[in-house]
Design a protein around this ligand. Structure first.
Ligand code: MSP
Length: 741
């Protein structure tokens, strides 16, 4: 048997914090790694971060920090997430690693050049920074990248190097068709095969250094840096010491599996295979392609504002529960839904009820009837257990961990049914049945041990806790072998019960999820975004503050004392502030244009203009609460709204207006219709618009001197990270808390 197994995850961009999509990928890869270790393979598991390219540079500029600082900070967040989620990787490679990564990338480049596959040319095209990819006409929807509708495409004209990918089109099509590189699920290969058959285009593989200096220099031409995908894909071999073709490379290349998301399959099945063919390097054996996690009806992403923080989720519900949900509920290779309801139902049904009950019953009964001693009376393991193992192994061989989880749950069902049928509590009443009872108890322990091993790739901590009750210190191949040879239980004399329940029911307490980590003690709330509006991919943070001191109660007086300091800060902001406000307005226009609404039809910017004027005169005393958010807004260049919760009718949502919606501008004496096609925040009545872009606050939910409960919505525009919006939200919260909390 081939005893090595190597696998990789994609290396994530470090322009922000990790989200659930990343967590899904890491956990899927980790379950495969753990399974393979458990069945005795010599596993190598590689992961890391992708740290070059325009996206990273632009984010650093926006955050006003050096690029190196940004990548170090965010790479650490990925490492922290992996450690929290028990991702058992062997190496974490960073593409900014000049010692390990760069020489290998340059070596690969030279190989491709020697082969005559790198040539110099000129290129003019539309570049999407979101995808880090040039786009051609047929990729676009209304002139925009379909993945990043709100981002402006950059027109890039440059002299650079190209990779002759076109040359390999036919060969790649064949490789995918014959599954020489196996794509799982198979249907995902079809699109790439079709692309290959119609001929792949050559890829622009470098950029002039003067446009982008943060990258790996092209060998022999210091004026150019490599295209970020050329650099990133090579991590898979640079980490394995391709530079020296050392032991790791010899042993673990080609990898058995690249675990990736569906959006980057074309790079892995197209460009990467082409690069390896060109350089004469063996091809990876397979690529497991997972889908998206959906939440609130759309793809979960930070920019859509519907991302659930994986750190908060695990802090609140537990790491193993979070892992279990992602592995057992999201179908392999398909898109899957996240919702707190689905999450809680799945955890309660499978872990708390089914598995939790089984563990508890087995351990309690053994303790009650034998004082914890493992009875000696042996019986043959029912054949059903073997069948389930076969299904389990087959599932993992096909990377189908969801099906593997079902095999495990069926084994738990089997165990529960066994107990129900044998009724050990009845046997215990009859001295004559002592022997039979011993046999049943031992069988229960044995089934539980089988469950523990099957459970390990899903929930390593909980599985180990149960194993500890048997006195086992680890779950490994050696023990699994003994279990399968029916010898493991012979080595165990006594079992103990865990001190507290291993699996508790989870309750509907989700408001805490996103707050655990950030110590925002006020609930940050999810803001529903209509399907059309999701295309805007706006980074949004919504949060509420309740029980504030009403503004009338002396706050204004106290605030005046700080007036001088404030004026100073506001004056400093004036120049920057003006620029920011104008930027907000410009971005609102651009956003509307991407929705097909012309500038003339977009709402005016009266309030912001007013604010500008106020800045030039006096402290803008609309009321202090409004002043606070205007202050933050001027600082951060975001659009911020505040609503009196008592005036809202249900949830607020972000929607695209059809033109029938009405809007009551502040101070106006009659409602106005909003322009069809623009986006707005509306409450549950749907046609009652509360905040319409830069017209801002409508009178329907306006904060007043009596307001005590407020909903804040902070919204960023193109290229602003959710983290940045969150930072502004934290600042706003701090200010409001200081003065009105
Ligand atoms: N840096 C590139 C990958 C280079 S690999 C040589 C990249 N980074 S990423 O951060 O955008 O994505 C990293 C991985 O996470 C990809 O496999 C991507 O498909 C996956 N996901 C990103 N968002 C996702 C969801 N919402 N859901 C599931 N996975 C998603 O692409």
């Amino acid at each position: 048997m081939n005893n090595r197994f190597s696998l990789t995850t994609a290396i994530a961009y470090v322009n922000g914090s990790p989200h659930m999509g990343h967590a899904l990928e890491f956990i899927e890869a980790d379950a495969i790694a753990r399974y393979n270790r458990m069945i005795g393979k010599d596993v190598y598991f590689l992961t890391g971060t992708d740290e070059h390219g325009s996206k990273i540079v632009q984010t650093a500029e926006k955050e006003g920090i050096p690029v190196k600082e940004l990548v170090d900070k965010n790479a650490q967040k990925f490492k922290d997430l992996m450690s929290q989620y028990r991702i058992s990787y062997d190496q974490f490679i960073r593409t900014s690693d000049q010692k390990k990564h760069w020489p290998a990338v340059q070596k690969l480049w030279k190989k491709m050049a020697e082969k005559g596959d790198i040539y110099q040319g000129e290129y003019k095209g539309l570049y999407c920074v979101g995808c880090e990819e040039f786009k051609v006409e047929k990729d676009l929807v209304n002139g925009q990248c379909p993945n990043h509708l709100h981002r402006k495409m950059e027109v890039l004209e440059q002299k650079n190097y190209f990779f002759k990918l076109s040359k390999y089109s036919k060969q790649i099509a064949e490789i995918l068709k014959t599954a020489e590189v196996k794509i799982v699920p198979a249907f995902r290969a079809n699109e790439i095969i079709a692309m290959c058959e119609s001929g792949l285009e050559d890829v622009s593989f470098s950029r002039p250094k003067e446009q982008l200096s943060w990258g790996i220099p092209v060998p022999g031409d210091d004026s150019q840096v490599m295209y970020v995908w050329c650099d990133a894909l090579t991590n898979y071999i640079s980490a394995l010491d391709y530079e020296n073709e050392g032991d790791l490379f010899k042993k673990f290349w080609p990898v058995d599996c690249h675990v990736i998301g569906k959006d980057i399959l074309r790079f892995h099945a197209g460009v990467w295979i082409g690069m390896l063919l060109s350089a004469g390097i063996e091809l990876p054996k397979s690529e497991l392609v997972h889908g998206w996690i959906h939440y609130q009806g759309g793809r979960m992403s930070k920019s859509a504002g519907n991302a659930v923080d994986p750190v908060g989720l695990a802090n609140h519900y537990g790491v193993d529960a979070s892992r279990y949900y992602l592995l057992a509920e999201i179908p392999v290779g398909q898109d899957g839904d996240f919702s707190y309801e689905l999450f809680e139902n799945k955890i309660n049904a499978d872990l708390a009820n089914n598995l939790g009950n089984f563990v508890n019953r087995v351990l309690s009964m053994v303790e009650r009837y034998t004082g914890g001693l493992v009875p000696a009376k042996k019986m043959e393991t029912p054949s059903g257990v073997d069948d389930l193992w076969q299904d389990y192994h087959q599932s993992f061989a096909e990377y189908d961990h969801q099906r593997a989880s079902l095999a495990m749950i069926r084994l738990v069902d089997f165990g529960n049914k066994y107990i129900a049928e044998k009724m050990p509590w009845e046997m215990a009443k009859d001295e004559q049945k002592k022997d039979e009872l011993d046999g049943v108890l031992r069988m229960m322990l044995k089934i539980l041990l089988h469950v523990v091993f099957m459970f390990h790739p899903f929930c390593p901590d909980k599985a180990l806790q149960i194993a500890n009750c048997f006195g086992l210190k680890e779950i490994d191949f050696d023990k699994l072998k003994k279990l399968q040879e029916n010898k493991l239980l012979d080595e165990i004399k006594k079992i103990s019960k865990p001190e507290k329940l291993l699996f508790e029911r989870v309750e509907d307490d989700r408001s805490l999820v996103d707050n655990d980590k950030k110590s925002v003690h006020l609930p940050k709330i999810p803001l529903p975004v209509s399907p059309e509006a999701q295309k805007l991919e706006l980074p949004i943070v919504a949060f509420t503050m309740t029980d504030l001191k009403p503004i009338g109660t002396g706050v204004q007086k106290r605030l005046k004392k700080e007036w001088e300091k404030w004026v100073g800060e506001l004056k400093n902001l004036r120049t920057g502030g003006r620029k920011n406000v104008e930027e907000i307005i410009e971005k609102a226009y651009l956003l509307n244009e991407s929705l097909g609404v012309s500038r003339d039809e977009t709402p005016g910017n009266a309030l912001l203009q007013q604010f500008l004027a106020d800045l030039n005169k006096e402290f803008p005393f609309i009321n202090p609460l409004v002043a606070f958010y205007n202050f933050i807004e001027a600082q951060s260049g975001l659009s911020i709204g505040a609503h009196d919760i008592s005036l809202l009718k249900g949830d607020v949502q972000l929607k695209i207006c059809d033109g029938s919606e009405e809007y009551w501008p502040l101070g106006a004496d009659k409602a106005k219709k909003v322009t069809a096609g623009t986006y707005a925040y509306a409450d549950n009545e749907g046609d009652r618009v509360l905040c319409w872009l830069d017209v801002k606050q409508s009178r329907d939910s306006a904060v007043s001197n009596k307001t005590t409960d407020v909903l804040f919505i902070l919204q960023g525009y193109e290229g602003v990270s959710l983290e940045y919006v969150q930072k502004a939200a934290d600042e706003l919260k701090e200010l409001v808390e200081k003065w009105m909390g």
